[in-house]
Design a binder for this molecule. Structure first.
Ligand SMILES: Cc1cc2nc3c(=O)[nH]c(=O)nc-3n(C[C@H](O)[C@H](O)[C@H](O)COP(=O)(O)O)c2cc1C
Length: 226
C-alpha cells in the first residue's frame, strides 16, 4: 500500500492533465480500483462498473470524442464570464491546462470510465402514485452520488501512488458513441472519463475559497466562525 497521509493526499491531489507515456502497472490499477469500491453508494447497491481502457486505438477514439465535446465546452465557456475567484493569471493557467487535454486525452496510458448500472433497468415501474413519481424524478438529481464518491477515492488513491488524474464529464455529450467503443450495454451509463498516468506536472497545493466563505452556522448568511 502507498504510504501517504489522507490529508496530504487531499491537499495535493490537484487536477493533472499532462502525462508521461510510461504505463501504469496493472497491480497498481487494481489497488486504485480496490480503493474506489470502498466508497459508499445508495442502499449500498454498488452498481458501479469501471472500464480500464489501455488499448491505444480505443484511447484514440475516446480522445477524438473528447476533442469533439471540447468544442461544445469552448462555446459554453465563451458565453460565461470568468469565475470571479480566479485572477487573470490563474484563469489563464487553468484554461491552458484544460485546453491541453482537449487534444491530448489519448496520451494518458489509461482512460478510466466510471459507470453506473441503472437501478431501474429492465422493469419500468407502472401504476406509481403521483407522489412516488415525483420522488423518483427528484432522485434523478442525486443519481451521481452513487458513483462520484468512488471517483474521489480514485483521485486520492492515484495521488498516493504518484499518479495524476482529473475528473472529466464532457464525453457524456456523446454518451452513445462512448458506450459503443467499449461495448457498454444500454442499462449502463458513464459518469466520468478519467485520464490516468504518471504526471508531467507537479502535485498540489489544492487552492480553494476559505471555509468562512462557504459554510454557515445554523442559518444561511451566518458564517461558520472557524
Ligand atoms: C463535475 C466536474 C466536471 C469536470 N469536468 C472536467 C472536464 O470536462 N475537463 C477537465 O479538464 N476538467 C474537468 N473537471 C476538473 C475541474 O476543472 C477541476 O477539478 C477543478 O478545476 C479544480 O482543479 P484543482 O484541483 O487543480 O484546483 C471537472 C470537475 C468536476 C467536479
Amino acid at each position: 500500500m502507498a504510504e501517504m497521509g489522507l490529508f496530504e493526499a487531499m491537499y495535493s491531489a490537484r487536477a493533472l492533465r499532462r502525462f508521461k507515456p510510461d504505463p501504469v502497472p496493472d497491480d497498481v490499477m487494481t489497488k486504485v480500483l480496490d480503493a474506489a469500491i470502498r466508497a459508499p453508494s445508495g442502499s449500498n447497491a454498488q452498481g458501479w462498473l469501471f472500464v480500464v481502457v489501455k488499448d491505444a486505438e480505443k484511447r484514440r477514439r475516446l480522445g477524438a470524442i473528447y476533442h469533439k465535446a471540447s468544442q461544445i465546452l469552448t462555446a459554453l465557456y465563451a458565453e460565461r464570464p470568468r469565475t470571479s475567484h480566479f485572477s487573470e493569471e490563474q484563469y489563464r493557467r487553468f484554461m491552458s491546462s484544460v485546453t491541453y487535454l482537449f487534444d491530448h486525452m489519448d496520451e494518458a496510458p489509461v482512460l478510466l470510465l466510471a459507470c453506473l448500472k441503472s437501478a431501474l433497468a429492465g422493469a419500468a415501474p407502472s401504476g406509481l402514485s403521483p407522489e412516488l413519481q415525483s420522488a423518483i424524478a427528484k432522485a434523478a438529481r442525486t443519481r451521481g452520488a452513487s458513483i462520484y464518491p468512488a471517483v474521489q477515492n480514485i483521485i486520492l488513491a492515484c495521488r498516493a501512488f504518484g499518479l495524476g488524474t482529473v475528473l472529466t464529464t464532457i464525453h457524456t455529450f456523446f454518451e452513445e458513441e462512448v458506450k459503443e467503443i467499449v461495448g457498454l450495454p444500454s442499462e449502463v451509463s458513464t459518469f466520468a472519463l478519467m485520464p490516468i498516468g504518471y504526471p508531467r506536472g507537479k502535485f498540489g497545493p489544492v487552492r480553494r475559497l476559505p471555509v468562512s466563505e462557504v459554510a454557515c452556522l445554523d442559518s444561511y448568511g451566518k458564517p461558520w466562525p472557524g
